[in-house]
Unconditional design. Structure first.
Length: 232
């Protein structure tokens, strides 16, 4: 397995107010897979994503990425891990309003040790024709594609997506998911998507169900379908 979370524990508070965001959770994801993580609000999905991305640290357990246990990393090592290996795409695009599409992507490219070609990424996401526009001149779906381009330009091994279609209509959601699918096929990026929308799970190689801080189910999807055939 490329990603392995072993007995992951993250808790907040103490005594009667103690809450387990992750309660000895175990997760496994193969390299190059699209993995969709499902679960109700408060189940631990976002906490799990933050752990995999090195945005937060666990109280107990291991996070094995390839042959590295990032659970034992210092803050400096986690910063390097996030910079070099991980791309993040969130529900809200967090684009810099005073920069063009191209400049928003270049901001990340300029600090990445092994970036992809910016023209290749913009063309793959079909936003090269918008490269000189500002975020306010784009639709929600177009802005989300810019956010994906910004995450992808660093050539990450892992792309983590937190409710990336939550603020989009059905047409824009399908468009964004098609580009996620294309990225996986073209760059062989391991992609983890957390979502409330169970229909999205049908495009995944692997489906994980999180409830009460535990991975209740982790299974290969035997009937994976293309985004074009999803019932969103």
């Amino acid at each position: 397995m490329y990603i392995t979370l072993k007995n992951g524990v993250k808790k907040y508070g103490e005594g009667e107010s103690l809450v387990y965001a992750l309660d000895h959770a175990n997760v496994e994801i193969e390299e190059g897979e699209i993995c969709v993580i499902l679960g109700p609000s408060g189940s631990g999905k976002s906490t799990l994503l933050n752990m995999l991305g090195g945005l937060d640290s666990m109280d107990e357990g291991e996070i094995i990425i390839g042959d590295r246990n990032i659970a034992g990393y210092s803050k400096e090592k986690l910063t390097e891990y996030r910079r070099d290996d991980v791309g993040f795409v969130f529900q809200f695009y967090n684009l810099i309003p005073d920069l063009t599409v191209e400049e928003n992507v270049e901001v990340v490219s300029d600090i990445s040790p092994n970036p992809l070609d910016i023209n290749e990424v913009l063309e793959a996401l079909e936003i090269d024709k918008y490269r000189y526009r500002f975020p306010k001149e784009l639709s929600g779906g177009q802005q989300q594609r810019v956010a994906i381009a910004r995450a992808m330009i660093k050539n990450p091994k892992i792309l983590l997506c937190d409710e990336l279609t939550g603020a989009l209509d059905t047409k824009s959601s399908r468009s964004v998911l098609k580009f996620i699918e294309k990225i996986n096929q073209q760059f062989h990026t391991t992609i983890v998507i957390i979502t409330h929308n169970e229909a999205i799970a049908n495009m995944a190689d692997r489906i994980i169900y999180i409830r009460d801080g535990k991975a209740k189910e982790n299974r290969i999807n035997p009937a994976k379908i293309s985004v074009d055939d999803l019932s969103l």
